[in-house]
Design a protein around this ligand. Structure first.
Ligand SMILES: NC(=O)c1ccc[n+]([C@@H]2O[C@H](COP(=O)([O-])OP(=O)(O)OC[C@H]3O[C@@H](n4cnc5c(N)ncnc54)[C@H](O)[C@@H]3O)[C@@H](O)[C@H]2O)c1
Length: 449
């Protein structure tokens, strides 16, 4: 960084981001936005073609505009050619997938492939930043994979390993990246630390919390954070189950808890449980790591069990309201695992709708943005319709599975008029039970009677 008068000039760094999925693409666009020169690399040719043509392969508010601006400014480009990216940049960042693998371990095959390619192609010293969520100890495996490949070529370049987990939320990813609660950076040698500070300097200067630590602590911070949030969700769902047995209202209890600054209101929303590409897999991976380290993982096993119970109980509530669901017409609002994303990975809708289809229900479903993704993720016998109103036509019941604002805007009288039957099963507690009852609807939600 240089200061001339009142102006601050940041050193632009050359960064190669490997994997242009939800995290990689947002990171690449945001690093370009703060002044760096970024090459985004992906093995998915279709995705790279779309990016090169100015398209955006995922639904993420603000991302298309940010990409267009930085492509125009010449700060970001895309390629499928990994060695081109590796050799053009002193900083390489991996943002590839780490899904659940065999035995519920994190599957590190994409990470291994990236490490080996770096070992096969690197032409000099590099800082290798792991942005993917990886179990504690992975950095050591990365070192071995890279060095094995370099030794086959008879070269020995210094690869500085850094852990820089990402905490962005889909749907708010651009804002989360540019205005983060914290940036966590784990490294072993100070020269890597210096380069990471340069990479993040514009965000550090705007006041973002910048935490430096050892690599293992950084790796664990990510799993600890996601598992803690999943625990909050399962905890409030456990309280919701109690509320249903004792005439209490979980929304009131959650508010009473959340106003305590030690607890905070976020993630205290009772519902059909957590889903998405992160919480389920990260809880599983942390259980596995705890087992390997000889530490009891019972707390997280209970978190998972409650999460599964939420989906099963929701289906039981539907059956107890409608009787046998065979042949019943069911309207579904919301398929994505949460609003403002098209991501359906491990969405509760998949489990719930699969159970209902297996029991013979006929389903018409609508989601404001995830319809294309839904075609690939849901059983083929679910009918996907073009609007929320169309889903209601001829339906015996309505299920609300994602709390999109579009659905909150429907007033109960309008729902009662459009829905053929009377039953509404709200898995996200978006309506007031009294209003729904006054509109003549039989309304079942979570933790409220
Ligand atoms: N999605 C989130 O909200 C989120 C948030 C924080 C952290 N994370 C973590 O970030 C990582 C990436 O998650 P994601 O949701 O972006 O995944 P994703 O599946 O959307 O993207 C991964 C991308 O990597 C590409 N890829 C795979 N192997 C490659 C290789 N060898 N070379 C180049 N590209 C390759 C894939 O084609 C894909 O485009 C995961 O570890 C995840 O746990 C995700």
């Amino acid at each position: 960084m240089q200061c001339t008068g009142n102006r601050v000039f940041y050193r632009s760094m050359k960064l190669c981001v490997i994997g242009t999925g939800y995290v990689g693409l947002v990171s690449a666009a945001c690093f370009a936005e703060i002044g760096h020169e970024v090459i985004g690399v992906d093995i998915n040719e279709e995705k790279v073609k779309m990016l090169k043509e100015g398209g955006c392969p995922i639904y993420e508010p603000g991302l298309p505009e940010l990409l267009a601006k930085n492509i125009d400014a010449g700060r970001i480009s895309f390629t499928t050619n990994l060695d081109e990216g590796i050799n053009a940049c002193p900083l390489i960042m991996a943002a590839v997938g780490t899904p659940v693998g065999q035995g519920r371990r994190a599957d590190l095959s994409q990470v291994e492939s990236v490490c080996r390619t770096i070992g096969q192609h690197t032409d000099g010293e590099k800082v290798f930043v792991m942005k993917s969520t990886v179990p504690v100890g992975t950095s050591e495996k990365c070192r071995v994979w890279v060095e094995e490949e370099m030794s086959k070529r008879g070269v020995d370049h210094h690869i500085h390993l850094v852990s820089n987990p990402e905490f962005l939320r889909e749907g708010k990813a651009v804002k989360d990246f540019l205005e983060p609660d914290r940036i966590v950076v784990g490294y072993r040698d100070e020269s890597a630390g210096v380069r990471m500070r340069e990479l993040y300097q514009p965000l550090i200067d705007q006041g973002s919390n910048y935490l430096e630590m050892g690599v293992e602590s950084a790796e664990l911070t990510k799993y600890a954070s996601n598992s803690f949030l999943a625990t909050k969700i399962s905890f409030i769902n456990f309280i919701a189950a109690m509320c249903e047995q004792c005439d209490a209202d979980v929304e009131k209890v959650a508010k009473g808890m959340g106003l305590d600054t030690r607890i905070a209101p976020a993630f205290l929303h009772a519902g059909i449980g957590y889903g998405g590409s992160c919480f389920p897999k990260d809880v599983q991976a942390l259980i596995k790591t705890a087992d390997q380290l000889g530490v009891s993982s019972q707390i997280l096993r209970d978190v998972e069990a409650i999460n599964e119970y939420q989906r099963d109980t929701f289906v039981r509530k539907i059956e107890s309201g409608l009787g046998d669901v065979r042949g019943k017409n069911i309207a579904v609002w919301g398929l994505a695992f949460k609003p403002d994303t098209d991501d359906m990975r491990a969405a509760p809708s998949i489990d719930i709708l699969t159970m209902l289809i297996d029991k013979g229900a006929k389903i018409k479903a609508f989601d404001p943005v995830s319809m294309e993704v839904a075609k690939k993720s849901l059983p083929a016998d679910i009918t996907l319709v073009a609007s929320d109103s169309e889903a209601l036509e001829g339906a015996d019941a309505l299920l609300v599975l994602t709390d999109w604002n579009n659905f909150k805007e429907w007033n109960p009288a309008r729902i009662a008029e459009a829905l053929t039957g009377k039953h509404v099963f709200d898995g996200r507690n978006i309506y007031d039970p009294k209003d729904m009852k006054n509109a003549g609807l039989t309304y079942v939600s979570i933790g409220r009677s």
